[in-house]
Ligand binder design. Structure first.
Ligand SMILES: O=C(O)CCC(=O)C(=O)O
Ligand SMILES: [Fe+2]
Length: 281
């Protein structure tokens, strides 16, 4: 199955007169995407900042190219505050404001998606939201991360090298904004990698591991990776990922009331995943 596209028009950011029936319909659409593939393209979200970022002139985006954001450190999450130190201060005065406003839009969209996801499972709409009350504060590890993949010299490519290795994300959901440069692939249930190109005007949203556990494996956290460009293609790749994490102190228990997985504190789960990935290196 390919990655479905869901239209959020009736519940886009800023729109609050959505009917119960419309939300239920969206719930079914997201449920189908998240149980079958674990990824969905959402269109008409109401987020416009993504375009403004990717449309910025090259020299403005250059400060991101310091090697700080390679996908190797996908596991080295940084808090919003920490990331601020990396923000370019010259050349673009409102960059920090744009970044914060983008963070807040991502937060708002995530909360809407989490509400619909609960409806899709026949749960109270607040089920996931109750554990995401502190996004953007130091009680929650949700992170907006810029990922820059530098150009690849064909001669230095190692066997089976990838731009971003095969992995699944840790938290509840991830919002991905890609530039037009492709390469992202998602492992589907048939065990085949399918491509997840950037589709203009959409946000790619995927289930992460803690959400899979929370839903007793109903919503699937799919393995994904980013391929190298074809030999001789010296283009770089830029993407933004908004890794949504439940509040540090939230205790995550299977939402169907089962004991498939024992309850776990969100922060403990995250820290155990960090130590696993650092241990592997
Ligand atoms: O660069 C991308 O498009 C995806 C990156 C990714 O999967 C991640 O950072 O977790
Ligand atoms: Fe990822």
């Amino acid at each position: 199955m390919e990655i479905p596209v869901v239209d959020l028009c009736v519940y886009k950011l800023g729109k609050d007169n959505v009917s119960v029936e419309q939300l239920e319909k969206l719930g079914q659409e997201l449920r189908s995407a998240f149980t079958e593939v674990g990824f969905v393209y959402v269109k008409n979200t109401g987020i416009t900042q993504e375009e403004s970022f990717f449309d910025l002139p090259e020299d403005v985006k250059k400060p991101f190219r310091r090697g700080t954001y390679s996908c190797d450190i996908n596991h080295g999450w940084v808090s919003l505050e920490t990331e601020r130190h990396n923000w370019p201060s010259d050349g673009i005065e409102d960059f920090r404001d744009v970044h914060i406003s983008f963070f807040l839009s991502c937060k708002e969209l995530s909360l809407r998606v989490l509400r619909i996801m609960a409806l899709g499972l026949g749960l109270q709409p607040e089920t996931f939201l109750n554990a995401h009350k502190h996004i953007g504060s130091d009680l929650n590890k949700t992170t907006l991360r810029t990922l820059f993949y530098p150009p690849v010299e064909t001669e230095s490519v190692k066997k089976d090298q990838l731009r971003c290795g095969e992995h699944s994300d840790y938290g509840s959901i991830t919002l991905v904004f890609q530039s037009s440069k492709g390469g992202l692939q998602v492992l589907n249930r048939a065990g085949e990698y399918i491509s997840a190109p950037s589709i203009p005007g959409t946000v790619l949203i995927n289930i992460a591991d803690l959400m899979q556990r929370w839903t007793s494996d109903v919503y699937v956290s799919a393995v994904h990776r980013v391929l190298l460009p074809p030999p001789g293609d010296l283009s770089s790749r830029q993407s933004l990922a908004f890794f949504v994490q439940p509040d540090d102190e939230a205790v995550i228990s299977c939402c169907d009331g089962s004991d498939k997985y024992p309850p776990v504190r969100s922060i403990d789960y995250l820290l155990s995943r960090f130590s696993e990935s650092y241990g592997k290196k």
